[in-house]
Design a protein around this ligand. Sequence first.
Ligand SMILES: Nc1ncnc2c1ncn2[C@@H]1O[C@H](COP(=O)(O)OP(=O)(O)O)[C@@H](O)[C@H]1O
Ligand SMILES: [Mg+2]
Length: 337
Amino acid sequence: MSDARGVIRLESLTKAYGRVTALDGVDLEVRAGEMVTLVGPSGSGKSTVLRLIAGLDRPDHGRVWVDGQDVATVPPHRRAVAMVFQDYALYPHLTVRGNLLFGLQVRRVRRAEADRRARAAAERLGIADLLDRYPDQMSGGQRQRVALARALLREPSVYLLDEPLASLDAPLRFATRADLLALHRELRTTTIHVTHDQQEAMTLGDRVVVLAGGRVRQVGPPQQVYDEPADTFVAGFLGSPPMNLVPGGGLLGGDAGATLGVRPEDLALDGAAPVEVTLEAVEALGSEAVLLTRADDGTRLTVRTGPRPGVGPGERVRLRVDPARVHRFDTATGLRR
Ligand SMILES: Nc1ncnc2c1ncn2[C@@H]1O[C@H](COP(=O)(O)OP(=O)(O)O)[C@@H](O)[C@H]1O
Ligand SMILES: [Mg+2]
């Protein structure tokens, strides 16, 4: 039992809401101390996975194991998990201190000890000066920190974070992401971090789990999933702008029955290269530029270059393709070949 602390195992989890299949046979093992990011489009079943682990909902089939124990008969408050919701779910009528103390009081921790722990958690998340505020007197970022502090106080085996950064503006999201990473490095508590943001998934996860349509499409270290996407869905989902996918191969090299893919950064302007296209638009992003091009056969290719590429819309340009970076998928199944 003790060596299983922090281990999560999901076994063929299936869940339907009426006629909507939310999960369709999800298998996953999360290792002790690992931070896994669960990424997928809206409606892919991410929150449902967390709700089933937390016990807020029951699977139709399959099993959930927490700390080596099948938790089918364990009610939510007895599971060693702490969930943080996207909308924070703070008690509006309680101050920050009240929100933090609530769970400790339920567990009958003595007042002085509870105060000490609440303050320590608040300090750790940089909200110690807000203890007397009410939720509606704080910004979204501050409320999110209260929700995280409250989760810390549960001292769980596993954190379940449901899009905790989604409603923060970009600079704050960036800063909080770094804080979450530092916190995880320090505590080493198993964490499942749900996000629809692929950058967040790549930067936070020891491993990334890609979910689509209630199924796990791929599990692996971020760079591996990026470099070797298991299918055309993952190829198109991770990476921005997305991978160029050309059914039949076309100008990337004909291959009937296959879809060839190449990422925008693996194409380059090269006057001596054989592939000729028309530049339709240039998106200057400051640190880089994205070129939207179209070949004579209608194929569109997106190219990522450095800033100031020195070419403009309407020009004919030639593209070099790095052959080692061309991905090959089966067109019928979408699977990597
Ligand atoms: N309580 C519910 N009642 C009906 N449908 C639901 C319920 N919860 C989730 N669903 C449906 O299940 C699917 C997966 O939902 P969810 O897990 O919330 O996706 P995600 O978190 O990836 O956006 C969606 O189609 C959603 O509409
Ligand atoms: Mg969700």
